[in-house]
Design a protein around this ligand. Structure first.
Ligand code: MLT
Length: 396
């Protein structure tokens, strides 16, 4: 037999695994130190009470032979109507009309960012912003696809625009962006939609951070742009919106209007999911269905406001120190320029050793991330304040 040799082209470990390993080594060598992790974007607020109550009710249903559930409904790829309707309701409030058959419940955005590639030939050209969430590049390296990059940098506000001279078949867009926090306006996304259509390409739009958007000029869904249903798949998650990083639930929209090579991508995806996926647990789906209710939205907004407050604490600290950054508004990530010209890993080591604060080296998100560093607002307020005091102590 032969292995998939594309795996040999990957970096030795995934970015967050490398950060985790370095942190664990430091902690093992310095067990007395209070290390604060503002690296991986993992939430710290507990689930909203409406979610917990819905999950408890679902557990009780599973205990009763009259209401017990086995596999989910196969005509919707195992998504329960209650959850699908709540997702359609959330889209309708953004002015986007979808049908239940266009929404596929998943175990989170990360899996579908990679799994969706099953629909596309290995010889497609993939366009990625640089820097961006490393799972996109890794998933395409595994499949042996050619990857080209759109430079995101200080000059373009970390929001690269399409270049019609460059050909691409698959385009990843993450807005608000992980790691830079920069988010596209409706006008900018119109240009991406026009470009994708001209290229006969498909946009894979990662909207995992859309609930952080408060500026009305910014898009929360690519389908707010006319014509996007003909060229875009949108990948969403309850992880950051509702604290589901440990629960696992998301949804991917594949519009019926999306046709490539004479085939409906919606049908292909349904075919793929019914073969390779058995859905998300009933208990999880019922918890998720409580998120986009009126009370659910009120409660998750209270949690999101805590993270926004943390983003403000970090931004104020950097402002006082005169350290340049983007993000922190409409995004839980703060993307800062490493002080004193340090490269990303040097700054990582320095911050870990001198302030016992862990962030994420920008170079892990792409070449253009070198010299930058990402901090997350998903920590507790207490730890965020403590981390900022320690950083201030270093650079005052
Ligand atoms: C991040 O820190 O970039 C994210 O938490 C990673 C993820 O969502 O998988």
């Amino acid at each position: 037999m032969k292995i998939n040799e594309n795996f040999l082209n990957l970096k030795e470990s995934y970015l967050f695994a490398a950060v985790g390993k370095k942190t664990a080594e430091y902690k093992a060598a310095h067990p007395e130190k209070d290390v604060i992790r503002l690296s991986i974007g993992d939430v710290t607020r507990p689930l909203a009470p409406v979610v917990i109550e819905a999950m408890h009710r679902a557990v009780d249903e599973m205990a009763d032979p009259a209401t017990f559930k086995g596999y989910g409904p196969d005509q919707t790829c195992y998504g329960y109507e209650k959850l699908l309707q709540s997702i359609l309701g959330s889209y309708a409030r953004k002015g986007v009309r979808l049908k239940t058959g266009e929404v596929f419940v998943s175990d989170g955005a990360k899996s579908d960012c990679g799994n969706i590639l099953d629909l596309f030939s290995a010889d497609n050209v993939v366009l990625l912003p640089d820097p961006v969430y490393p799972a996109y590049a890794d998933a395409n390296v595994m499949a042996g696809r050619k990857i080209i990059y759109a430079d995101a940098n200080e000059k373009n506000g970390f929001l690269p625009m399409p270049d019609e001279r460059v050909h691409a078949d698959i385009i990843y867009i993450c807005s608000p962006n992980n790691p830079t926090g920069a988010a596209y306006t409706r006008e900018q996304l119109k240009e991406w939609v026009a470009y994708a259509k001209a290229q006969n390409a498909v946009i894979l739009y990662d909207a995992a951070y859309e609930y952080f958007v408060t500026d009305p000029a910014l898009c929360r869904s690519i389908y707010e742009v006319d014509g996007a249903k003909e060229c875009a798949i949108e990948i969403c998650s309850y992880s950051k919106t509702a604290g589901f990083t440990g629960v696992r639930c998301g949804y991917t929209v594949v519009p019926e209007a999306l046709v490539r090579g004479g085939a409906s991508l919606n049908r292909l995806w349904a075919r793929r999911q019914s073969t390779k996926f058995n859905g998300v647990s009933y208990i999880t789906q019922m918890g998720a269905a409580a998120v986009f209710t009126e009370e659910g939205e009120r409660q998750i907004r209270a949690n999101l406001d805590c993270y926004r407050k943390n983003a403000g604490i970090i931004s104020d600290c950097l402002d006082r120190l005169g350290i340049a950054y983007t993000g922190g508004k409409n995004s839980p990530y703060i993307w800062l320029k490493c002080p004193n010209g340090m490269d990303s890993w040097t700054f990582f080591d320095y911050l870990l050793a001198e302030a016992n604060v862990v962030g994420t080296p920008g170079c892990g998100f792409g070449r253009n991330g070198e010299g930058f560093f990402r901090l997350t607002a998903f920590g507790t307020e207490e730890n965020t304040r403590k981390a900022c005091e320690r950083i201030s102590g270093l650079f005052r």
